[in-house]
Design a protein around this ligand. Structure first.
Ligand SMILES: [Zn+2]
Length: 80
């Protein structure tokens, strides 16, 4: 009976540690995604239509950021 109780306590401690570990992992991942979200929020200027847009959704052409392929094409053909 005592052995069963010891096993029960051991199992309980094991699951407690596992839960702690998983919580820690989840917190680390949340910090990571928050850091990545901040990078995506960085705004860049489209030199063609003078509008700001998130760097994550901008098109990078010839050292500039554009809102669309159309703006990139117009700007680069005008500045060559
Ligand atoms: Zn544009």
């Amino acid at each position: 009976m005592l052995r069963f109780l010891a096993f029960f306590i051991f199992a309980y401690l094991f699951f407690l540690l596992l839960n702690l570990y998983l919580t820690w992992r989840r917190r680390q991942r949340n910090l990571d995604s928050r850091r990545r979200g901040k990078e995506a929020e960085e705004m860049v200027l489209d030199p063609q239509c003078q509008s700001y847009l998130p760097k994550g959704s901008a098109i990078h052409r010839g050292g500039h950021y554009f809102c669309s392929e159309e703006c990139a094409r117009l700007y680069l053909s005008r500045n060559q």
